[in-house]
Design a protein around this ligand. Structure first.
Ligand code: ZN
Length: 258
């Protein structure tokens, strides 16, 4: 018991160093539940990659229409789709797919996997990006049900896409199976082990979040400052990667033994 007590009173160990993510790829697909999900961390990394000439496509599973308490869903959908398209443009992304599934009540399962596998087969990415789908953001900050459903379904769908006998109606309709996804990367996971240096593209990431103006106003967080908010996280991650500013990802590699 004495040893246990002594260990508990020692300084907490500093967070583990982050490994840089590979950048030897050309096409990524980012699949998230809501407009704004990519802008709380991943967008600055996406800006870096598009500046390197990589192609990144966004897919929003919902249009975030249930996300603004004071605005009814039909109007919120229009506002949020427009804000997401602008937000994507700021970080060099010209293509944003909206699947139109219902915001707030997504269910993990075959239907969601089917919808996402179809998008993977259409865009044929080497890397698939999604949001944290662990139960929390770290500590006690609970994750949201749509994020968890979409992250899990995206991980499955990235593999489903390669099997012609899974969702074969898509193959019959002319989409080829796609089995070249090397990994799924989940942004903002509390179990993130990898990082991206966003020192040069941090400002684009901030502008990309600020583009969600109706949403941010609707949150009712007095004086929410996108730059201040993102900078706190980016500095912490930067320390772990050995650069001024970074963002984190949890990596789910496909294939065997890597
Ligand atoms: Zn969300």
């Amino acid at each position: 018991m004495a040893g246990y007590v002594r260990r508990m009173s020692e300084q907490p160990t500093p967070p583990a160093p982050l490994e840089p993510l590979p950048e030897d790829w050309e096409r990524a697909l980012a699949v998230v539940a809501h407009p704004d999900d990519l802008e709380f961390g991943a967008a600055a990394a996406i800006a870096r990659w598009t500046r390197q000439g990589k192609q990144v496509v966004y897919c929003m599973v919902t249009s975030g229409e249930a996300g603004i308490d004071g605005i009814e869903p039909a109007r919120a959908r229009e506002l949020r789709e427009a804000e997401q398209i602008e937000s994507a443009r700021i970080v060099g992304v010209d293509a944003v797919d909206f699947l139109g599934l219902p915001d707030g009540i997504l269910e993990y399962g075959v239907a969601l996997r089917r919808a996402i596998a179809e998008v993977v087969r259409r865009h044929r990415p080497q890397i698939v990006i999604t949001n944290n789908f662990r139960d929390t953001w770290g500590g006690q900050a609970l994750n949201q049900a749509d994020h968890i459903a979409v992250g899990k379904a995206t991980l499955d769908a990235a593999r489903d896409a390669g099997n012609r006998w899974v969702f074969p109606e898509q193959v019959e309709a002319g989409l080829e199976p796609w089995d070249d996804v090397a990994a799924v990367w989940a942004s903002g996971s509390p179990q993130g082990t990898h990082g991206v240096d966003v020192t040069d593209t941090f400002a684009a990431g901030v502008a990309s979040l600020a583009a969600h103006k109706a949403y941010i106003d609707g949150l009712g967080w007095a004086d929410f400052d996108p730059e201040e908010f993102l900078e706190g996280w980016a500095r912490q991650a930067g320390t772990r990667l050995g650069v001024p500013l970074a963002t984190t990802f949890e990596v789910f590699p496909f294939g065997w033994g890597n």
